[in-house]
Design a protein. Sequence first.
Length: 89
Amino acid sequence: WKVANVVFVCLPKLYIWWTLTSGGVHFLMETAGIVDLVVNCMALTFVLSIDEMIFSRLLTVASKHIMNNLEDLPLFDTSDVEHEDEDVV
């Protein structure tokens, strides 16, 4: 189920995010006026944050509670990196 989750959820979401972000940045770089640039930045921010807005409005209270109480999954150990500066002295 983890492979299916990555293939059917994570990869399409990453592709959509990358396409929107790169297209939005190219669109913003072509904007000449400062007022148009600010308006376009706000539009891009809205488009990129629409999934969080949908999540906050359509989820049930129980689902929000479960999502808020999830613990972070450590991806790698950073204890050796934290003490790296002390060894340099």
